[in-house]
Design a protein around this ligand. Sequence first.
Ligand code: G4P
Length: 532
Amino acid sequence: MANYASEINKRRTFAIISHPDAGKTTLTEKFLLYGGAINLAGSVKGKATARHAVSDWMEIEKERGISVTSSVLQFNYDNYCINILDTPGHQDFSEDTYRTLMAADSAVMVIDASKGVEAQTRKLFKVCVMRKIPIFTFINKLDRDANDTFELLDEIEKELGIATCPINWPIGCGKNFKGVYDRETQTVVTYSDTEKGTKEGETSIIPIGDEDAILAHIGEENKNHLMDEIELLDGASAEFDLEAVQSGDLTPVFFGSALTNFGVEIFLQHFLKMTTTPLPRKSDKGLIDPVEEEFSAFVFKIQANMNKAHRDRIAFMRICSGKFDANMEVKHVQGNKVMRLSQPQQIMASERKILDEAYAGDIIGVFDPGIFSIGDTISMPKAGFKYEGIPTFAPEHFARVRQIDTMKRKQFVKGITQIAQEGAIQIFQEFNTGLEEIIVGVVGVLQFDVLKYRLENEYNVEIRLERLPYEHIRWIENKEEINVDKITGTSDMKKVKDMKGNPLLLFVNPWSVGMTLDRNPGLELSEFGKNT
Ligand code: G4P
């Protein structure tokens, strides 16, 4: 076994997903605090500032009002080397958010206890399920009024279709929040509203059998209620089963309050034991083992023009096997070229650090002179395999795009095609006509602004965007067997093709998708494109 096996086995690489405002940033900050990577104690009052420092991207992007990058945070905790992939929220939501999940080995899902499962969580969750990666649930904000705990679990099970196994259980909520009950050790970890910036505050751990201490800390009513709930829970919830967790069929659930540091370290400790070391990854030669195989990686994201002065692009790679050494020669498989990766960097939020070595599980960014595409494989020159591509994710917003100055047709097509190649947008044409009409599809609406801005600034082309009402796109799985001209849909259906000529269908309403399937027996539709 390679002598760097211990380095790889220390790695835990996960993404944090949530609906905006559920507390993802706060939880991430607290993780970093435990890992000693940042010192929050002094910066709590200016949380807004602290947050920018940790999770936002570079100044240049802020000036442009564009923040399309997910950042990667690495820190050590308890002999683990942890890589957190932050997924951008709100309007920054884009296809990159989904792609980030392709580079993670597990996901932490943060849910606001008073809101339950929300739209963005649902979307990101689908991608985790597709990859069958382990999902861990942290139900946050118990220091505020929360929904009924059983109802929250029920909602996760029903809406997301995953079994839940609470590892701990909240006692009260809001002003009456008393702590959590740990099911395995049958102890109560008491809550005290600590100084917000410091580590976990004054808590005691009391065995549930210690009647006097329990009553003193949580009171009789809470105790009785807790005992009733535990009885119900023991009868109703799924048994803990690590295999089911690791295959993504069961989510361990934890409760806490990231803001007041309660339950965060408990979560981290359990999570690190249950989550996986870097996972093997599928290639055309079978699964590639992270420890047995020499260096290999795949590109999951390309960030264009981060430095305006240099017009450079950064290709983000997830190392899937072996050890990366900055001086070694590697092969860009798709380009069939042996090369040295230029200026390998570790991207730490707003900081970039040039690095000499990295291991399977780590994410590196390298300077890209315009040769890499999303999904490309980098390996040792003689390795001879290619990783499975990254799917194309369904855009949900569409617009017809025209250049204002008709003389600039050439620049327009060049610009929009290049931007589409980077994966920021997807472009389509009318099914039966040529290039005159370009339809752009994006996962997050901010990408329309990015497109407009970049075409104007980088290609000197002004455009007009006319939003279209479509929200649902489907790839035709069995396009070889189906005569696309003959597909009859609802009146709100539109046939388009992508740049490779693959036919796709656009719909305004979700029910039209079902109706079209009913009307065209044998038609198979998919929400993800195979990207071949
Ligand atoms: P996000 O990254 O998922 O979008 O959420 P973020 O951590 O930014 O948290 C959103 C808001 O929720 C923040 O308040 C944050 O302080 C608050 N919050 C996070 N965790 C908890 C918790 O456990 N309990 C309570 N009560 N609040 C929590 P804000 O007022 O929007 O931001 P700020 O002004 O505090 O920066």
